[in-house]
Design a protein around this ligand. Structure first.
Ligand code: NI
Length: 258
């Protein structure tokens, strides 16, 4: 894996190979070395840091605490960050994310929402195992992906993404709220950790995962903050004859995506 990013602006044009598309269909995730170049990553990182330093000015629900424990480890998230920093969706990173979504989901797929996540140095909490679809409207079938962009190098020690290959082909498993006042979910039951693949990435690298792919990111044990941008895309949800039963959900999530 090359860890050198091209330096010229917007020089990365991403084309998924037939092999990568097959891998995604089989495993439910992909790991990519470069979604964009170093110059754009510097801009995106500056914008994200400014957003997380901003004490107010967000619309209701756009700044969340996923872990929900007032005195515990922090896991701040900004939903719709492009409302406050338009540059986040104006460069090659977003263009490439959209292009690969169209390859994986079809040309008619649409944006389903973005978020920015900060794991503060040493105090950033783990993101528990979950499937994104557990957050989504149980009255519909979904075909959607998330593109997770690393804004600095990521490893297991600062919370890189980890996946269970093939888990996207199974059902949505039982989930529960991380905490009574939290906005985050976690898988209710344990599973064999031998199945887990951790995806270390260089800055500007990205992972892509499907709505049912089981994923996790560890706590940030390092001395530097870990920031990531997540871009969502999906096909139009298809109403089901019989809704799924997701008793862990809060009604306000149905339209919001994750
Ligand atoms: Ni997720």
């Amino acid at each position: 894996m090359s860890h050198t990013l091209p330096q010229s602006s917007a020089s990365v044009t991403l084309e998924l190979s037939a092999r990568q598309i097959d891998d995604f269909r089989r495993d439910g995730y992909l790991s990519l070395d470069a979604l964009t170049d170093a110059a754009e990553i510097a801009d995106l990182l500056a914008d994200c840091d400014a957003l997380f330093a901003q004490p107010s000015g967000f619309r209701a629900g756009d700044r969340l605490e996923l872990s929900g424990r007032a005195a515990g480890p922090a896991l701040p998230q900004i939903v719709n960050p492009e409302r406050y920093a338009p540059r986040l969706v104006q460069g090659a990173a977003y263009r490439n994310a959209q292009a690969l979504a169209q390859r994986l989901l079809g040309p008619e797929c649409v944006p389903t929402g973005n978020h920015a996540i900060l794991k503060p140095a040493r105090t950033g909490a783990e993101t528990p195992w979950h499937q994104d679809e557990a957050y989504w409207d149980p009255r519909c079938d979904h075909d959607a992906i998330s593109v997770w962009l690393a804004l600095q190098p990521v490893t297991v020690d600062n919370g890189c993404m980890q996946f269970v290959p093939g888990s996207h082909r199974g059902p949505v498993l039982p989930h529960e709220l991380i905490d009574a006042d939290a906005h985050g979910l976690r898988l209710r039951d344990p599973f064999a950790s031998s199945q887990v693949i951790a995806c270390a990435l260089p800055a500007g690298g990205a992972t892509v995962h499907a709505g049912r792919t089981l994923h996790y990111a560890g706590a940030n044990k390092t001395a530097a903050p870990r920031r990531a941008l997540v871009f969502g895309f999906g096909r139009a949800p298809i109403p089901r004859a019989t809704p799924h039963d997701y008793p862990w959900q809060r009604p306000e999530w149905y339209a919001a995506g994750h």
